[in-house]
Structure formats: structure tokens, C-alpha cells
Design a protein around this ligand. Structure first.
Ligand code: XMP
Length: 502
């Protein structure tokens, strides 16, 4: 088996995505390609509903992009070219963008005045407040409709919908925590009682949360939304391996980032191993993905340090000049194949012991994703395709041939200037110029919403999976990429042109 795998791998050494193609396989079983499920993982404990990840790059992922990715079932990783505070704030904005159960909802005491309640509503920009008694138990609900035209000195308790029925007024409907866990039951309760807000209480009537019909409607609009256990969008943030990386990680943790990505130039080095150990000491088993790597040997060293995910890609990205500057790199398809299959054949890992692998860089269309996934990746990280979309940070600017946005390599001088500025350096330009750049600043034409791109890519992957006779990504990944007839076919240069030159 080992020898077979190394012979198969030898055929693919030096090959990348557009060197290969997959033939159709078996019967197309899917009635509709929308029925094909794409569930996968970014890291051991971070599931995805589809395999797209937006890159942790200055000009790609802040909260707006992360929200779009997560609503569509993937994940965005917030970049670190800013202060830890600002980065954590972006995580917080993403988390708050989608609520199912609002924990610790804004609450006013039943004895407060309407003036105080109105102030609270306008300060927090909310249209309703739960009302609590002096012991923190649910006493009622106060909405903007209840306070309109009411004298500010009057008492909240006279105008709220009270928890207990009074003078023919029916009591406030609330849900138990158990009921709240079932979206179906909650919808039924909101429908039956024709209400828009549902406070959630424990057995002693203590306020636990609040559910809003508007949030559920949003949830239904995004059936693939990737939510954490609290019903908030899933999101990650990046740290480095030196300087303030532990403080940064702690800020991200405070905002409940689902995963932290340690972004390093040389992942298998003593300093990075020490950084992982400090991370573990300070943050315990917090979900950690590390990258980038290009060989199985590097993967083993990091898996032994207990990471929950690995990012693959030495130099394949659009704005990367690593290979040009250094002469070092691994063609991306071969890197994925070699890492995944040598972990099994040479290092004796069972597939379930391999943390999810994210293929980072050089994704240009659905075909590259289909091939990365069959090669062994669980997800793909994308910069170029999402650059220039409405969801990216930064301003667009006009040139004679249309509107553009910057797309700077993370190891470019431009990105280094922004990082040193965020780090408070007095002369960030001089500091940045001391670094040998391994990236360039590109510019891309603006291209509408990232959501359209996500839909196009997912449509392509689903269609590819159905051409291979599978009904899910999980089943597709069970197929053998090395099979002489049904696996990856290596293309002649004429066949490459026929396949991909458009
Ligand atoms: P795409 O091809 O989607 O790739 O644009 C995005 C990935 O490229 C990597 N990246 C860099 N690599 N120098 C590098 O060697 C750089 O300046 C640089 N900037 C981005 C990164 O892995 C990203 O996710």
C-alpha cells in the first residue's frame, strides 16, 4: 500500500489544479443538484455547511465579508492588520449580526419610568425591552408601541404587557429554555399567539433570553447559515506567532471567535512550536488552525503539537511572490495530495485522525475546488475571487477602464505598512521597507456581491459531485483520486488548452 501510494504520488509531483481533470463516473443520481449536501469542516470542532472560507487578508475579510460567508454556510477569517481591539470588534459585529436567542437582552426594572425606558431603547437602538422585577424575574415586556405618547414620568409597570394576566389583559407569553431549543416550537408559539417577541425563562421565571420573529425570518432566508450553539454566526480570527499574539488571541476569545488561525511564514519551526505551546498554556484547548504548510513532514510536526486544523499553500496565491523571491514552493494540487496521502501511507494516520486540511490559494473556479476536495482538502481558502466585491473592506477608485479596489498580498510592503501602523510604530514605512516582500499589491475590478460568487462556485461543485454519481461531498470524497481510469487524469498541454483556456 505504502509503495503504491508513493508511486501514485510520484506521478503528480509538480502538478497543480489545471494539470488534471476528472472523468464523469457512474449514474447521475441527484434529482436536483441543490439536493447535494456539502457539509464539511474547517477544523475539528468547526463544521461548515459548505467548503468556502474567505482569506484572512487585509483587503478581503472584515465583518461584512465574514457575515456574508457564514450566512451562506462557510466561514470568514478576520485579518490581523489592525489593533487587537479593532479585530475583536469585527468578530463581535459578526457574532451579533445574526441572533436566534438573544442572551442577556436589554432589561428595565418594572419600577423605572417611561422616560428611563425610552432612553434605554434609543441608546441601544432596540424596539423592545424585557421588564424585570427586583429579583431579575420576568415581569413583562415593553415595546415602542407601549411608550408612544406616554408621559415620561409614568411607571413602566402600568404600560408593559404584564407577565401575569390583569384586568382582562392576557399575560405575556414566554418560552422555556427547552422550547427555545426547537425553532419549530418557537415558530408555532409566535404564530399561534400572533406575537413578534418571545422572552425565554428558566423554571423560576428568571430571564434567560429573548427571541425575535424578525431573526427567525432571517434564519429561514439563509437555510445554510453556519451558526454556533448560541445561534450566532460562526467566525474566525488570525494571530501571528510573535509579539502580542497571546493578547490578541485572548481578545478574540472574549468575543467568542469560533477558531483562531495562527498565520506564520515557516510553520514547522521551533519558534512556532513554542508559540503553539504558549497558546495552549494560556488558552487551553481553544480551537487552533495553523498554516501555511506544504509537506506531510510539516503536517506531522504540527499535528503532534495538537492543532485542530492545517492550512496548505506555499506560494500559490494570486498576490504571492514567495516562489519568485525564494525559489521555494509546492504546486498546490501536489501539496494537498502529498500531505493527505502520506499522512496515511507514510505516517500511519487513520483518515479520522487527520485534522481538516484547508487548501489556501489559487482557487479560480469550481473545478479547482472539486479537485482540491478529492485530493484530500476539507475546505478551500479564497482571496482573489472575493477581492473587489461589495463585502471587502477599503474604498473603490475610478480608473479609465472602470472602478477598482486594492488587493494587497499579506507579505507586501503595503500590507506591512498597515500592520506596523496598527502596532503603533513611529515610522511604519521605514519599518516595512526593512522587510523582504513576498507579496505584491494587486488591483481588481469591482465585481458586485460575494454572495453571487459563492452561489456560482457552490453550483459548480454540486454539479461536479453529481457528475461523479455521488449525492454528498462526504460520498464524493470516498472516491479514489489515483484510480487509473476514474481518478485524476493528467492532461496533455493540448488537452489543458481544450479544458481550461477560456
Ligand atoms: P488567492 O489565490 O485566492 O490566494 O488570491 C489567497 C491566499 O494567498 C496567500 N497570500 C500570500 N502569500 N505572500 C504569499 O506568499 C503574500 O503576500 C500573500 N498574500 C496572500 C494567503 O495564503 C491567502 O489566503
Amino acid at each position: 500500500m505504502n509503495q503504491e501510494i508513493s508511486a501514485y504520488l510520484a506521478r503528480f509531483r509538480g502538478r497543480t489544479y489545471r494539470d488534471i481533470i476528472l472523468p464523469p463516473l457512474g449514474e447521475n443520481l441527484a434529482d436536483s443538484r441543490d439536493a447535494i449536501t456539502l457539509n464539511t469542516h474547517f477544523s475539528t470542532n468547526v463544521p461548515l455547511k459548505q467548503p468556502l472560507v474567505s482569506a484572512n487578508m487585509l483587503d478581503v475579510t472584515e465583518s461584512k465579508m465574514a457575515i456574508a460567508q457564514s450566512l451562506e454556510g462557510g466561514i470568514g477569517i478576520i485579518h490581523r492588520f489592525c489593533t487587537p481591539d479593532r479585530q475583536a470588534q469585527e468578530i463581535g459585529i459578526t457574532k451579533r449580526a445574526h441572533n436566534y436567542l438573544i442572551e442577556n437582552p436589554y432589561a428595565v426594572e418594572a419600577s423605572a419610568t417611561i422616560g428611563e425606558a425610552k432612553n434605554m431603547m434609543s441608546q441601544h437602538k432596540v424596539g423592545s425591552l424585557v421588564v424585570k422585577d427586583s429579583n431579575g424575574r420576568l415581569s413583562g415586556l415593553l415595546t415602542q408601541r407601549d411608550v408612544r405618547f406616554v408621559d415620561e414620568c409614568e411607571c413602566v409597570s402600568f404600560h408593559m404587557t404584564p407577565r401575569k394576566p390583569v384586568k382582562g389583559k392576557r399575560g405575556l407569553i414566554a418560552a422555556t429554555l427547552e422550547e427555545a431549543l426547537s425553532v419549530k416550537q418557537v415558530i408555532e408559539k409566535l404564530k399561534q399567539n400572533k406575537i413578534k417577541k418571545l422572552p425565554v425563562v428558566d423554571v423560576h421565571d428568571n430571564i434567560v433570553g429573548l427571541i425575535s420573529a424578525k431573526d427567525i425570518e432571517r434564519l429561514q432566508k439563509y437555510p445554510l447559515a453556519n451558526l454556533d450553539q448560541r445561534g450566532n454566526l460562526v467566525v474566525g480570527g488570525t494571530i501571528g506567532a510573535v509579539g502580542d499574539f497571546i493578547e490578541r488571541a485572548q481578545e478574540l476569545k472574549k468575543k467568542n471567535a469560533d477558531v483562531i488561525v495562527m498565520d506564520v511564514t515557516s510553520a514547522n519551526s521551533t519558534s512556532v512550536k513554542n508559540a503553539i505551546r504558549s497558546f495552549r498554556k494560556q488558552l487551553g484547548d481553544y480551537e487552533l488552525v495553523i498554516g501555511n504548510i506544504g509537506t506531510a513532514e510539516q503536517a506531522v510536526a504540527l499535528i503532534r503539537e495538537g492543532v485542530q486544523g492545517l492550512k496548505i499553500g506555499i506560494g500559490p496565491g494570486g498576490p504571492c511572490t514567495t516562489r519568485i523571491s525564494t525559489g521555494i514552493g509546492v504546486p498546490q494540487l501536489f501539496a494537498i495530495l502529498e500531505i493527505y496521502w502520506n499522512l496515511i501511507a507514510k505516517y500511519c494516520y487513520k483518515p479520522e485522525q487527520i485534522p481538516p486540511l484547508c487548501a489556501d490559494g489559487n482557487i479560480r473556479a469550481g473545478c479547482d475546488i472539486t479537485h482540491a476536495l478529492l485530493a484530500g482538502a476539507s475546505s478551500v481558502m479564497i482571496g482573489t475571487l472575493f477581492a473587489g466585491t461589495e463585502e471587502t473592506p477599503g474604498e473603490s477608485y475610478e480608473k479609465p477602464d472602470g472602478w477598482h479596489k486594492r488587493y494587497a498580498g499579506m507579505a507586501s510592503i503595503e500590507a506591512a505598512i498597515e500592520r506596523f501602523t496598527a502596532m503603533g510604530y513611529e515610522d511604519p514605512i521605514t519599518e516595512a521597507l526593512k522587510k523582504a516582500p513576498e507579496g505584491i499589491p494587486l488591483e481588481v475590478k469591482i465585481k458586485g456581491s460575494a454572495k453571487t460568487i459563492i452561489h456560482t462556485l457552490l453550483g459548480g461543485i454540486r454539479s461536479g459531485i453529481s457528475h461523479r454519481g455521488a449525492l454528498s461531498l462526504a460520498d464524493f470524497k470516498k472516491q479514489n483520486p489515483f484510480d487509473e481510469e476514474t481518478g485524476f487524469n493528467i492532461l496533455s498541454s493540448a488537452a489543458q488548452r481544450e479544458s481550461y483556456n477560456r
